[in-house]
Design a protein around this ligand. Structure first.
Ligand code: HC0
Ligand code: SF4
Length: 572
């Protein structure tokens, strides 16, 4: 143990503890902007400086460890002056359009400037802005960047994509797309991890709420909404609702109050994806096609984009099943349009997703008889949903936990766990087991693949009707690259692999609410497993609405119509 004095209080902390951690252990908060544990500990912002007796220079507390006998002051006059000056310098290059910024109220620069009572106008230097394609689902505004380098580090260390880099020199130093590339040609997968780890509004999603509001205004348009599995585990966080209060039915109520005609659950179409994907897997597996090859899930567009740019030669190993988002749209514009007796063009399908990459995935074309359009018309992130609730002055505490619309209102627990890493694989195995043996396995038979337990990726082997099925589950793209290399070099072989681009899966998606410095993917994922445990249906193939859809419209899993509507070719 090491003995130190912080603000006149004597404490003992384990060796190797940083000054910031030591202070936190006695509830002394030190402000920080760039620090992200294990990812960004480079003291770029210098907000966390403290004074250490006997040292002439102020010391950054995030990356300096305590030493025996250290006497530390976290709020001395020198520290206060220095911090305020640093904030003023940052504000001198900051565009100050705070009332119009999506991060207003959830911006660390704003809150620290407020905390330190920095009042006045400091904006002096207009930066030369990098040109940006505002149609791209990810938007960067250089004049809100505080050069904390978090986006660079997350993209390099966690996702291994190296999209961002430092650019410019001197006072013009900023962050831009690496290699002088345009963002559209930087192999960005749109995982959005840079957005959720940005402390300000320098990175954000393209706002698509205007398109949605316009659709609500059109009298001849039927607006149908779907709510993704992971949204239910996070939407209430920035609205002051506890996990127990934030029931998914309340989102349905909110959307109806906004004027949406029909509200459904993406977990319904996740069940549909399982019917198609598990069928595809069982067919390939029983024909022996996976002895050498591997089948990969294809429902995460961040991962699909990664596969296409980094391992194009393996793109043919992706399942051809569309993602639940796209399948939902295809069902709306075929079976549901028919039920309503309207032309598919009159349907406007909006998705509420925890994801930026889904905004790009929606551009996939739907070919349905002579109709060719898009499965989905608009994708809004969880954050955009929350902003719309605020804009409509809907008090979240008044929302009621209402049912989804019929006839696609049922979903299974298997469809809900899609939002957590390992969930798609577990759901698929539950139904694949049934398809092979004609019997259900215990619903929790495959639970060992839940969560992030092993470093890199999680692997497991299961016995289905006397045959060994080997699987792997991975999330985060740096981990994914490690796994892909091992597969490519034939160091490992799996029959079936689930990949999610975001660490922890969609629960930690790039469109989820932002809580600076906190990683909530695990907690949200556990919430989804809790919902599964308590669901009345645990198997996708037991969803009665899915059965009816096949009987009345879709035919057989893997059949002709299912192929036309629910599958896609992964073109590079
Ligand atoms: Fe996901 Fe999905 S689980 S990708 O994370 O498969 O976005 O939540 O909606 O489509 O269902 C995201 C979440 C989805 C899809 C589903 C899958
Ligand atoms: Fe989107 Fe989920 Fe994939 Fe992240 S893991 S890119 S949130 S689909």
């Amino acid at each position: 143990m090491v003995n130190v004095t912080i603000n006149h209080r004597e404490i003992s902390v384990p060796e190797g503890t940083t000054i910031m951690e030591a202070a936190a252990s006695i509830h002394i908060q030190i402000p920080k902007l760039c620090y992200l544990k294990d990812v960004n500990e480079i003291s770029a912002c210098r907000i966390c400086v403290v004074e250490v007796e006997g040292q002439s220079r102020l010391v950054t507390s995030c990356n300096n460890v305590v030493e025996e006998g250290m006497v530390i002051y976290t709020n001395s006059p020198r520290v206060r002056r220095n911090r305020r000056h640093t904030i003023e310098m940052l504000l001198s290059q900051h565009n100050m359009e705070c009332p119009m910024c999506v991060r207003s109220g959830n911006c660390s620069l704003q809150s620290i400037a407020n905390d330190l009572n920095v009042v006045g106008s400091f904006y002096k230097q207009e930066l030369v802005l990098q040109e940006w394609d505002m149609h791209f689902p990810l938007i960067r505004e250089a004049n809100k960047c505080i050069k904390c380098m978090r986006c660079i580090q997350i993209c390099d260390k966690v996702q291994g994509m190296n999209v961002w880099d430092v650019s410019g020199t001197g006072s013009r130093t900023t962050v831009g797309v690496s290699g002088c590339r345009d963002i559209t040609s930087a192999d960005c997968t749109l995982c959005g991890q840079c957005v959720t780890h940005c402390p300000t509004g320098a990175l954000r999603e393209r706002d698509d709420t205007t398109s949605f509001y316009r659709a609500l205004e059109r009298e001849d348009t039927v607006v149908v909404a779907q709510i993704a599995p992971a949204v239910r585990a996070a939407w209430g966080e920035s609205l002051g609702l506890s996990r127990e209060e934030a029931a998914v039915g309340k989102i349905a109520d909110a959307l109806r109050r906004m004027g949406v005609d029909y509200v459904f659950d993406t977990s319904f179409s996740a069940d549909l994806t399982i019917m198609e994907e598990a069928h595809e897997f069982v067919e390939k597996f029983t024909k022996g096609e996976l002895e050498e090859d591997t089948m990969f899930t294809s429902c995460c567009p961040g991962w699909v984009s990664f596969m296409k740019t980094q391992y194009p030669q393996m793109t043919g190993c992706l399942s051809t099943a569309k993602s639940p988002q796209q399948m939902f749209g295809a069902v709306m514009k075929s079976a549901f349009a028919k039920k309503l007796g309207i032309e598919p063009e009159r349907i406007y399908a909006v998705s509420i997703m925890p994801c930026l990459a889904k905004k790009a995935e929606r551009e996939m074309t739907l070919f349905y008889e002579e109709f060719a359009g898009h499965d989905v018309d608009c994708v809004l992130t969880t954050r955009e949903l929350d902003r719309m609730l605020k804009a409509d002055y809907i008090d979240p505490h008044t929302l009621e936990d209402v049912e989804f619309d019929r006839p696609f209102g049922e979903s299974s627990g298997a469809g809900v766990i899609f939002g957590a890493t390992g969930g798609v694989m577990e759901a698929a195995l539950r139904s694949a087991y049934f398809m092979v043996t004609g019997e259900n396995p215990p619903a929790d038979a495959f639970k060992e693949i839940r969560g992030v337990k092993q470093k890199g990726w999680t692997e497991a082997e299961f016995d289905i009707a006397g045959k060994k099925v080997s699987i792997a589950v991975v999330s985060g793209l740096k981990n994914t690259r490690m796994l892909m290399e091992a597969i490519r070099k034939k160091k490992v072989h799996y029959h079936f692999v689930e990949v999610m681009a975001c660490p922890g899966g969609c629960s930690g998606g790039g469109g989820q609410p932002i809580h600076d410095g906190y990683e909530l993917a695990g907690e949200r994922g556990e919430n989804l497993y809790f919902l599964d445990k308590n669901a009345k249906i645990r198997f996708s193939h037991e969803n009665p609405d899915i059965r009816t859809l096949y009987q009345e419209y879709m035919g057989e899993p893997g059949g002709k119509r299912a192929h036309q509507l629910l599958h896609t070719e992964h073109r590079i």
